[in-house]
Design a protein around this ligand. Structure first.
Ligand code: A3D
Length: 320
């Protein structure tokens, strides 16, 4: 059986890391596409030359031609620009919307059966626009943010409790922005919900509130430290987890930006919700119950995403 084909649209910091991880995990052959001449070719060659030491069987190719992504099983989109210090994700909207148009058309023409994972920011609006431009089915187009935001939350919790990260299940809902909703009630250590751990004296409510806020600011904290761009190792790992769930039909329960059609009270847009990812793409949205406070936070986040989508429609009349 032929190896799966993974197309990475954008061969920058995340794209290069995605290629390395996909090869090391032998998820399939990798095509790196970028408009910057030489960058995808150079990264493909560099990573291919790590094969003898790492011992993986995967072909890597760099290209400026969309024809080379033909028949891809998975497309992961990072094309566009990242944040610099002082910028919000929303500041990227105008420039990255134009990029989504060319990428959506390129995928539609060459890899219409692919499972598409968008990472480009502002995430929830860009994945919506990418789906509109590509015309692919909603269940085959999603956005990566929830796995990353939940990973950040889990990391901070594991540090606070001094326990293995493997035993922390954290869960972040809503849009990938300042309004995201780290869910305290649905996050656990070995099945014990966080409010119980506060009662048990493992932490205080104040410390937990600070961890929730640090999770919301997790991207900005790294932008502030790096100064030249945004996070890329954990974003790449998170998207690879989603791609693997699709390619291996794992039926993983992962939070991601998925198209909601009534679930959690949301219709007609992409927002971070718990999903089941398997061979059918986004096979199911887990329609969880939210309490009053969680619902208010989620609604606030949904409204922020709606505002960005309206802004997209204002910029590109074909989306209206
Ligand atoms: P960067 O290293 O700049 O890579 C982006 C690449 O896109 C560059 O190599 C560009 O040449 C390329 N590019 C630009 N326009 C096009 C085009 N039209 N077609 C093909 N390639 C193009 O950025 P990065 O890899 O650090 O980040 C990529 C995106 O991911 C940015 O928008 C970030 O804001 C976003 N991001 C999202 C998350 C989420 O959790 C959602 C996390 C981190 C970064």
């Amino acid at each position: 059986m032929a190896r799966p084909k993974i197309a990475l649209i954008g061969a920058g910091q995340i794209g290069g890391t995605l290629a390395h991880l996909a090869a090391m995990k032998e998820l399939g052959d990798v095509v790196l596409f970028d408009i910057a001449e030489g960058t995808p070719e150079g990264k493909a060659l560099d990573i291919a030359q790590s094969g003898p030491s790492e011992g993986f069987d995967a072909k890597l190719k760099g290209t400026q031609s969309y024809e080379d992504i033909a028949g891809a099983d998975v497309c992961i989109v990072t094309a566009g620009v990242p944040r610099k210090p002082g910028m919000s994700r929303d500041d990227l909207l105008g420039i990255n919307l134009k990029v989504m148009k060319s990428v959506g058309e390129g995928i539609a023409a060459n890899a219409p059966d692919a499972f598409v994972i968008c990472i480009t920011n502002p995430l929830d609006a860009m994945v919506w626009a990418l789906r509109e431009f590509s015309g692919l089915p909603h269940n085959k187009v999603c956005g990566m943010a929830g796995v990353l935001d939940s990973g950040r939350f889990a990391h901070f919790l594991a540090e606070e409790f001094n326990v293995s990260m493997r035993d922390v299940t954290a869960f972040v809902l809503g849009g990938h922005g300042d309004t995201m909703v780290p869910s305290v009630r649905y996050s656990t250590v070995a099945g014990i919900p966080l409010p119980d751990l506060v009662e048990m004296g493992w932490t205080t409510q104040d410390k937990l509130d600070a961890i929730v806020q640090r999770t919301r600011d997790g991207g900005a904290e790294i932008v502030g430290l790096l100064k030249t761009g945004s996070a890329f190792y954990a974003p790449a790992t998170s998207a690879i987890e989603m791609a693997e769930a699709y390619l291996k039909d794992q039926k993983r329960v992962l939070p991601c930006a998925a198209y909601c059609d009534g679930e959690l009270g949301v219709s007609g847009l992409y927002v971070g919700v718990p999903t089941v990812i398997g061979a059918g793409g986004i096979e199911r949205i887990v329609d969880i119950n939210l309490n009053e406070e969680e619902q208010a936070g989620f609604d606030n986040s949904v409204n922020a995403v709606k505002g960005l989508i309206e802004a997209c429609k204002g910029i590109d009349s074909s989306l209206a």
